[in-house]
Design a binder for this molecule. Structure first.
Ligand SMILES: Cc1cc2nc3c(=O)[nH]c(=O)nc-3n(C[C@H](O)[C@H](O)[C@H](O)COP(=O)(O)OP(=O)(O)OC[C@H]3O[C@@H](n4cnc5c(N)ncnc54)[C@H](O)[C@@H]3O)c2cc1C
Length: 408
């Protein structure tokens, strides 16, 4: 870590040092542009995450950063797929296309990817504010309580959920979207019959909006998620009792827990945030989140596109926003297709075969699964996303793209 004297001038300043930042950095450093990434925490930093990456994200890591070292993986080191659970003990295991994917330890994997990108990182450096000034951006950050200033031709906001880049550009944004809270509890295992090769997800409206479990380093994670302000402790207790009663899961009391807020929903309704002027936004800060909250592969791909857009805009002296917004449309299609009801019913937007898994069930169970999914979706009605999703799905069918006019 170094503290720049005076104002540090760079071609591109990246805010964040997660996977989207690593991917953007890789493109910029490879193209020879002076790039600095600032990260609010000391690296390697903790990142609450299940660490299950899609096959596409796995390929991106290998192709861009090389073979994955053992220390960036948790135990079990791989994940074969996802199992959906429904009331009545109906289970639908779905394997990932092309085989298992790595079970990433986000503290080490993100640090590894950032180091592999060869970007200069200033950690313990938190973005406070930024200002577009025509042909450059003035940035104020704090490093160990001291002000640090940067002047960058361009800035990439890769600072995840609750992005300060987004809030600096759009005051009032935080109050304008829906927030969710997710908490994962770690338990020592007494007995756990859940198949440890899979990530488990429950379609059970009584448990919560997002209920999951998987094994990590000999501990079982029980995760619960609901709208911000909900009592997650009670949901966790209910889930523990449910899993013990129905699956025979026996766990010791909670050893540790991690809570995070989440800007879930933006990719469902095509409400991405891509920035203003010479500041672009990428990864989860922009709203990218795939089905089952898989955000790593879209963070990597959108981050790389942000880096490429900055390179292209600097090389051809073009408007950064226009270049980025054109280039990012492919990742918007990828991500929003995963939530698009037409694509889910008639296409194959995911990297595990839901329809094939459904076809393996008996007729009665198939019908029950459909009814249970509808019951699970019912409480989401309060967000009024359904009509927007259908409209966006129709536009996608007619025009081949999601409407860019909905992006900020
Ligand atoms: C409980 C949980 C489980 C999840 N499980 C999975 C999973 O199994 N698979 C999957 O693919 N996805 C999962 N996700 C989602 C995934 O973690 C994110 O989508 C992904 O990490 C987004 O990457 P990113 O680079 O955009 O942002 P992040 O990984 O959030 O990185 C942003 C970085 O910016 C830094 N930062 C933030 N603010 C500032 C600031 N003001 N100044 C400087 N730095 C700043 C942060 O410290 C962080 O290092 C999960 C998320 C949660 C909450």
């Amino acid at each position: 870590m170094s503290r720049p004297e005076g104002i540090r001038e760079v071609d591109v300043l990246i805010v964040g040092a997660g996977l989207s930042a690593a991917a953007a950095s890789k493109r910029l450093v490879d193209a020879g542009y002076e790039t600095v990434a600032i990260e609010r925490y000391a690296l390697p930093r903790n990142k609450p995450c299940s660490g299950i990456i899609s096959p596409r994200g796995h390929r991106f890591l290998i192709e861009n950063f090389g073979p994955l070292p053992r220390e960036i993986l948790h135990e079990p080191t791989s994940c074969q797929g996802v199992t959906f659970h429904f009331r009545g003990m109906i289970q639908m295991p779905m394997d990932f296309d092309y085989g298992s994917t790595p079970h990433l330890n986000r503290m080490n994997s993100d640090y590894w990817a950032v180091k592999q990108s060869k970007v200069e990182v200033h950690d313990r450096t938190r973005l406070i504010s930024l200002e577009n000034r025509g042909n450059h951006v003035e940035v104020l950050a704090k490093q160990d309580k001291e002000d640090v200033r940067y002047r960058a031709r361009m800035v990439i906001g890769a600072d995840g959920t609750n992005s300060q880049v987004v809030c600096s550009l759009y005051p009032g944004y935080r109050q304008s979207i829906n927030w969710f809270t997710v908490r994962q509890y770690l338990h020592e295992i007494i007995e756990c019959p859940l198949d440890r090769r899979y990530f488990h997800f429950w379609f059970h409206p009584g448990l919560g909006y997002y209920t999951w479990s998987h094994e990590r380093n000999g501990r079982q994670i029980i995760g619960v998620g609901h709208k911000a302000g909900d009592k997650l402790t009670a949901r966790h207790q209910k889930t523990i009792e449910y899993l013990e009663k129905h699956y025979g899961v026996k766990l010791k009391p909670t050893e540790d827990k991690e809570t995070v807020v989440n800007n879930f929903g933006l990719s469902l309704i095509n409400r991405y945030v891509f920035g203003k002027g010479n500041v672009i936004v990428t990864g989860q800060a922009a709203g990218f989140l795939n089905m089952i909250a898989e955000g790593m592969s879209c963070a990597l791909h959108s981050g790389a596109i942000a880096g490429e857009a900055a390179v292209e805009a600097m090389r051809s002296n073009a408007d950064l926003q226009s270049v980025y917004r054109q280039m990012i449309a492919s990742e918007v299609r990828r991500c929003s297709d995963q939530w698009n009801p037409i694509k889910i019913l008639f296409g194959r937007p995911h990297e595990a075969d839901f329809r094939e898994a459904l076809s393996r069930l008996r007729g009665r169970d198939k019908r029950k699964v459909i009814v249970e999914i509808l019951k699970f979706l019912y409480p989401w009605g309060e967000y009024n996303w359904g009509r927007q999703m259908v409209m966006q799905a129709l536009i996608r069918e007619l025009r081949g793209n999601y409407s860019p006019s909905r992006w900020l």
